[in-house]
Ligand binder design. Structure first.
Ligand SMILES: [Zn+2]
Length: 138
């Protein structure tokens, strides 16, 4: 049996592709962005009329910090400049999820390869305690 290189694991091309995508991410902004019309504090303002003429739309960025909702207003220019970082947050989650799947497949592929290996039964015999762990096996 050839010596296994510790760097050389299954699903390498997929994992390298995902890692390359991850490396392109240079900014991530949490939370969500929406456009809102709002009322102000002036009692005589048109936003208090019936029907009301609301102010806005304003671009509102909402995120959670230490369990509390934090809101900031962004300008059109800021949203244009930072939209890619909001998009990155979703993209990052997708990439991490895919990398986890590819990594689990890699480990499982190696496990299957080890089991079908002719040396496997001999190795298994060295671990009589395995029978107790049967439940955790698929
Ligand atoms: Zn108003």
């Amino acid at each position: 049996m050839p010596q296994r290189n510790p760097q050389d694991k299954p699903w390498a091309a997929t994992r390298r592709g995902l890692a390359a995508e991850l490396a392109k991410i240079d900014g991530v902004l949490p939370g969500s962005v929406g456009r809102r019309h709002m009322r102000c504090g002036k009692p005589t303002c048109a936003c208090k009329a019936d029907p009301p003429t609301l102010h806005g739309p304003y671009i509102q960025w909402t995120r959670t910090v230490d369990g509390k909702t934090v809101t900031r207003f962004l300008s059109e220019d800021q949203l244009t400049r930072y939209q890619p970082w909001f998009d990155n947050a979703r993209h990052l989650k997708e990439l991490v999820a895919k990398l986890e799947i590819a990594s689990v497949h890699a480990l499982e592929a190696e496990r299957r390869a080890d089991r079908s290996d002719s040396t496997a039964p001999a190795r298994r015999a060295k671990h009589p305690s395995r029978s107790h762990k049967r439940r955790s096996e698929p």
